[in-house]
Design a protein around this ligand. Structure first.
Ligand code: DGY
Length: 421
């Protein structure tokens, strides 16, 4: 364990470009939003001040409307596509035009709970509270214009679960006109059978083109985007983060923020229950363009446990689904139902396991009264790293490492959770 702890710390230091950590060299040479937040948990195990720098550097790129972008292009790099010129957001530093799962408030609350340097932690948490609140307000206003208690995402990259089967039908409706020729860089770093397909990329780029042509104006985009889905995963993580931010607002005496958050929490709690699929016994995302629930059961649903948002009867059925999935593969938790014909053990979010998902879901299992499941996810995470190393994701059928190697958030999850007693 000590060797792996040391190796994990070396990955964080090696991927540190000065105040921010890239997910991995080559494949992802910039700062990614939810990567950085979760990576802060790893930094905090040996350098608390550096953990806060990670979050501060991300929030330094916050837009005036409150959005915190999914990529911050601090320094140029030729090894990634699409770069700043394709996004065309006109920001300094350049950023993408979309966001990512808002886990920052959840991480900040955790950093406060585990702090050894309390004075530093309190001061730094207090200083970013207004920024976190502005980001959450952006979600609840610009991405939920009808006040339904569900935010919409306008690009699969916003969910972090880029090519999940959840998006298949909504993606099929996205045109590809005018995308033109382009050269993918990801395939120079990772085998094609572990990455999204060309048909996915054509649509990813069409959506970026649409946003660029619309000037990335938040309100209009929700309604005009060719793809708009109320993702179960991001909605669950937002609800969890709202709860954590409300606790922070209370702690720091910001009654106005706490009051607004209480309203959003109540609205989301109600809105999310509309995503229950009674036939399958799980939650599913909602396609805002068709008004229908999507036709795939993915691991995003388990984040409802992390959100502490599953009523008793539904909880038993959702946990039964997790039991069934975990009985089907030696390493959990797969990103797609292993019984789904589209299950693909190696392809990114269509089967593989991710340590960050295991960490978040294990927290939900503990809340749901299933410490055995939490322990299984932790043991599986540990076993995959011990067997294969610090890969981006893992094959649930044999624990083999996939995607990028020396991956920062996998190393961080080891330090903060999987590798620890
Ligand atoms: C990618 O380029 O694969 C990223 O996931 C986009 O955020």
């Amino acid at each position: 364990m000590a060797d792996l702890d040391q190796a994990a710390r070396a990955i964080l230091r090696g991927n540190d470009l000065g105040g921010y950590t890239v997910p991995t060299a080559g494949l992802y040479p910039f700062q990614w939003n939810w990567d950085s937040c979760l990576v802060a948990l790893g930094w905090a195990t040996f350098d608390e001040a550096r953990a806060w720098d990670e979050i501060d550097s991300l929030l330094s790129a916050q837009w005036d409307d409150g959005m915190v972008p999914h990529i911050v292009f601090h320094k140029p790099s030729p090894t990634y596509f699409p770069g700043p010129d394709v996004w065309g957001t006109g920001r300094t530093p350049p950023t993408s035009g979309i966001t990512q799962p808002p886990v920052a408030a959840t991480v900040v609350r955790r950093l406060l709970e585990t702090a050894t340097d309390t004075a530093l932690t309190e001061a730094r948490a207090r200083s970013i509270l207004p920024k976190l609140f502005a980001w959450h307000r952006w979600f609840h206003t610009h991405r939920d214009p009808q006040g339904e208690g569900l935010v919409g995402i306008i690009h699969p990259w916003e969910t972090g679960r880029d090519n999940a089967a959840d998006w298949d039908a909504a993606m099929a409706a996205v045109p590809t006109d005018g995308v033109g020729d382009y050269q993918r860089r990801d395939l120079q770093h990772v085998d094609a059978d572990q990455r999204p397909k060309k048909a996915d990329y054509d649509r990813y780029l069409y959506m970026v083109k649409h946003g660029r042509e619309a000037g990335w104006v938040a309100d209009g985009l929700h309604d005009s985007a060719p793809f708009c889905v109320a993702d179960i995963g991001i909605n669950a993580l937002l609800l969890r983060a709202d709860r954590d931010l409300a606790a922070l607002a209370e702690r720091f005496g910001d009654g106005a923020a706490a009051g607004a958050l209480a309203g959003w929490i109540a609205r989301s709690e109600a809105g999310l229950q509309r995503l229950w699929h009674d036939g399958e016994g799980t939650y599913r995302s909602l396609d805002r363009r068709t008004g229908a629930l999507v036709d795939a059961s993915g691991s995003g649903a388990f984040l409802m446990l992390t959100a502490r948002a599953v009523p008793d009867d539904r909880r038993q059925r959702l946990l039964a689904m997790m039991d069934r999935w975990l009985a089907a593969v030696p390493y959990g938790v797969p990103s797609l139902d292993p019984a789904d014909p589209r299950f693909d053990a190696k392809r990114y979010w269509r089967g593989p396991c991710w340590l960050i998902m295991n960490y978040l879901i294990a927290d939900g299992c503990t809340w749901a009264g299933r410490p055995d499941l939490a322990a299984r996810l932790k043991a599986d995470s540990r076993a995959m790293v011990e067997k294969s190393g610090f890969w981006e994701y893992f094959d649930p059928t044999d624990g083999a490492g996939l995607g990028g190697d020396s991956f920062t958030w996998t190393a961080a999850m080891w330090l903060a959770w999987a590798g620890q007693a």
